[in-house]
Design a protein around this ligand. Structure first.
Ligand SMILES: [Zn+2]
Length: 479
């Protein structure tokens, strides 16, 4: 949960009760636009400020702001929520969010919190009403700030005034972030960035509902009520990933052209959930295999997201539950993407992520599918296809992939599907193919383990797609 600090409240608190011990935190890193403070016992990775400078370079031109000469953002990282709460970064009920921003000062428990960075940049535009501040910071702050789906039926118009937004209990307040970002993104798409920023910068933090309505009509030449109605009609329920503007992610360092570059960051060990992003562009549709390796007890998350956020916007997200090396197979249409990964901190961890691009991997009929080798060190393969949420859901969908095992394995299938067919040495119906059919009764169940010989195998799944869910099957592999 992420909150904007009530600036005045904090300053009063600091004056009367002492403001945690952020003043005594040592300066650990410094760059052109940032000073990074953290307690002595916290590990601080030297590449953190490179990531922050990349973020600053991508986001501040969009906002049309720059720090003045010699001005820097002070980033204070704390080891636990109690220390953070002592700075005044807490809700009325005493719960502590992940971070707070007050002008150019950020306090947080996270090594790199992009949501709070956006608050700091946006403070150069002045302080808008809270709901708009949170909408902007969530829209530009990247993934993970709000829930998975934005429901436009949330009555944001009741909370435009800062006082009413701040009076919300923590839970409905957290629920408001997604719709605030969704409406902000709608305004940017409908009226353009300049009109949106004009509206944002024209408002006082304490603006009344009537003042907000007047400013809205002046910036957008349309009444607020009309825009709200259009937003709800056009985007009643959307995936959150479609409401973000991926300025920093899509400007992140590019993967090499064939995509087969290993992502390795020493910081992963120390600074979960430090996220690493790399961008890439595809001139044609390609098959993509994301391979993640991590240490015992740690988890790794990987997403590939389209920069435009409009179609095929969340192609894969997977949290690997076990240790070892795992693969995620998917197909990507032509377009601009970024790959984002995070790794959990575990002593001695050596996490890594790679992306291999090649021929299309997943088709509706087995015979059209390209075969791919599954190396002996792979512990699981997830085959996943996302459906465009804007398109009507088909009643049933066939998903096929061909795998070549270079050693004999024991395979356990998991599928949310009506049936799964595994064939050896060819596709179902082809001469010489030996097929086993499993019917898991249309639930996500773990099927019994099957010994799989070395060589070529084809898997076909008959699935009933569900809204906002990928069609997926997973194969756990043992040697
Ligand atoms: Zn915020």
């Amino acid at each position: 949960m992420i909150g904007a600090m009530r600036a005045v409240g904090c300053l009063l608190l600091c004056a009367t009760a002492g403001c945690g011990d952020e003043a005594s935190q040592p300066l650990r890193l410094e760059s052109e636009h940032f000073r990074y403070y953290a307690d002595e016992d916290l590990p601080v990775c030297r590449t953190l400020l490179d990531r922050m400078e990349e973020h600053y370079a991508a986001v501040t031109p969009w906002l049309g702001v720059t720090l003045g000469r010699g001005e820097k953002i002070d980033y204070h990282r704390f080891g636990d929520a109690d220390s953070l709460g002592e700075t005044g970064c807490e809700y009325d009920d005493g719960t502590v969010p992940a971070g707070c921003a007050d002008g150019l000062r950020i306090v947080t428990t996270r090594p790199l919190e992009t949501h709070e960075l956006v608050h700091a940049y946006a403070s150069l535009l002045g302080r808008a009403p809270s709901l708009l501040e949170e909408g902007l910071a969530t829209m530009l702050g990247g993934i993970g700030a709000a829930g998975p789906v934005v429901d436009a039926s949330f009555p944001i118009e009741s909370f435009f005034e800062s006082e009413r937004f701040q009076a919300l209990e923590p839970e409905p307040k957290a629920e408001a972030y997604g719709p605030a970002a969704g409406f902000s993104r709608f305004l940017v798409d409908r009226y353009g960035r300049e009109a949106y920023l004009d509206f944002y910068a024209s408002l006082a933090h304490s603006a009344s509902a009537a003042e907000i309505e007047t400013a809205f009509e002046s910036s957008f030449a349309e009444p607020l009520a009309v825009a709200l109605e259009a937003w709800r009609a056009e985007r009643p329920l959307v995936e959150s990933v479609s409401t973000y503007l991926y300025l920093a992610e899509c400007a992140s360092p590019a993967l090499s052209e064939d995509g087969a570059e290993l992502l390795e960051e020493e910081c992963w060990q120390e600074t979960f959930p430090l996220r690493v992003a790399r961008s890439f562009s595809l001139a044609d549709a390609r098959g993509a295999v994301v391979r993640a390796r991590h240490a015992p007890g740690a988890s790794t998350g990987v997403s590939v997201i389209a920069c435009d956020g409009t179609v095929h916007r969340s192609l894969l997200t997977y949290l690997w539950p076990d240790t070892g090396q795992h693969e995620l197979w998917t197909d990507l249409p032509a377009g601009d993407y970024f790959l984002k990964a995070f790794a959990e901190a575990v002593a001695g961890a050596d996490p890594a992520v790679s992306l291999d691009l090649g021929p299309q991997l997943i088709t509706e009929t087995c015979t059209e599918t390209h075969e791919r080798v599954v190396p002996a060190e792979t512990g699981a393969v997830a085959v996943e296809r996302w459906l465009d949420p804007q398109e009507p859901l088909p009643e049933s969908l066939q998903l096929a992939a061909r795998l070549y095992f270079d050693t004999p394995r024991t395979a356990t299938f998991r599928a949310r599907a009506a049936s799964l067919t595994l064939c050896r040495a060819g596709c179902e119906g082809e001469p010489g193919a030996e097929c086993t059919r499993i019917e898991p009764a249309n639930v996500d169940v773990e099927l019994e383990s099957i010994d799989v010989a070395a060589g070529a195998h084809a898997v076909s799944v008959q699935a009933t797609p569900e809204p906002f869910m990928p069609v997926r099957f997973t194969i756990d592999l043992e040697r």
